[in-house]
Every structure is written in C-alpha cells, then in structure tokens.
Design a protein around this ligand. Structure first.
Ligand code: ZN
Length: 92
C-alpha cells in the first residue's frame, strides 16, 4: 500500500456515486492518484468509501475495517478527511 498522502490533490473520477447518501461524486480528494483498493471519504456525508477493481466507489466491508485497523496511517488520513467534510458542512 502506498504511504504518501497529499490532501491538496483532487482527482476527477469518470463516475462515482456514494453508497451511503446516493449523491453523485465528481471528484476524489485524498491520495493524488487513487487506485483500486484505495479508500476515500465521501465529500458530502463523510462516509468511508473504497474503490473497487473498476474504480467504482463502494461502502467498506467488515474486512476493510480490519484492514484499516492494521493500517493506522490510512485510518488517520480518512479521519482527517472526515473532519474536513464535517467542518465544511457546519458552515452551511
Ligand atoms: Zn455520501
């Protein structure tokens, strides 16, 4: 798993729909170039997401949560992203 994290990068996705809030997501904020298996956070509801082999977004499975437990750096990054989403929503 890649370790570098650049929260300033936003990558446009061909298509993406949040499995939690059903909002269509036009971009991805987080690791500069998401790859299948990478995790992200919905920019609208803060839900944890994972890219499947077709680069579609899906909800995390129990196995993914175990993976997060074993990768504290990734878990921390997702927590930071979720905080950003939460603070942004409070503005509105
Ligand atoms: Zn969402």
């Amino acid at each position: 798993m890649r370790r570098e994290v650049d929260l300033s990068q936003t990558t446009k996705l061909a298509a993406g729909e949040c499995p939690y809030c059903q909002n269509r997501l036009s971009g991805h904020t987080g690791p500069a170039k998401p790859e299948p298996g990478d995790m992200s956070v919905c920019g609208l509801c803060g839900g944890y997401l994972k890219f499947d082999d077709g680069m579609r977004l899906r909800a995390l499975t129990p196995a993914d949560h175990v993976e997060l437990t074993n990768n504290p750096e990734v878990a921390k990054m997702l927590g930071v992203l979720r905080d950003m989403v939460t603070k942004h929503r409070k503005v509105h």
